[in-house]
Design a protein around this ligand. Structure first.
Ligand code: THU
Length: 132
């Protein structure tokens, strides 16, 4: 599946909107994510920090855990944005968590607030990722 540019920009807008709910009193670095599952259900997430820094949760994982808690098992599309000069680069932990629910043709949209974007497959984002 290939997404039209208009659709990619719509997902970036949704991730930018989700980013507004980020709770980041420690880093002040806000990240937003939105995913679409195999049934077309959309779920968004933002990063949620904690005074015990290591307990902070990234935007991608917020969206994925919220969706999986409602039954999502396969991600068709996931978009992630932050205020970065180039499209945001998801952390290693999130790459592995996305992989858990990704398919060969999952579309991963990485973007920033200027709407620069980069489309990646799971294999490109996490080559030789761990699986059981
Ligand atoms: N963060 C994300 O939300 N996603 C990533 O992939 C990288 C990092 C968040 C975690 C923390 O709240 C802030 O960005 C700074 O590291």
């Amino acid at each position: 599946m290939k997404l039209e540019e208009k659709v990619i920009l719509q997902y970036l807008d949704k991730a930018i909107k989700a980013r507004e709910e980020a709770y980041t009193p420690y880093s002040n670095f806000k990240v937003g994510a939105v995913l679409v599952d195999e049934n077309g259900v959309e779920t968004s997430g933002a990063n949620i920090e904690n005074a015990s820094y290591g307990l902070s949760n990234c935007a991608e994982r917020s969206a994925i855990f919220a969706a999986a808690s409602k039954g999502m098992r396969k991600i068709k599309i996931i978009a992630v944005v932050a205020d970065t000069s180039k499209p945001v680069s998801p952390c290693g932990a999130c790459r592995q968590v996305i992989k858990e629910f990704a398919m060969d043709d999952t579309i991963i949209i990485l973007g920033n607030l200027k709407k620069d974007y980069k489309i990646m497959t799971m294999e490109e984002l996490l080559p030789y990722g761990f699986e059981l």
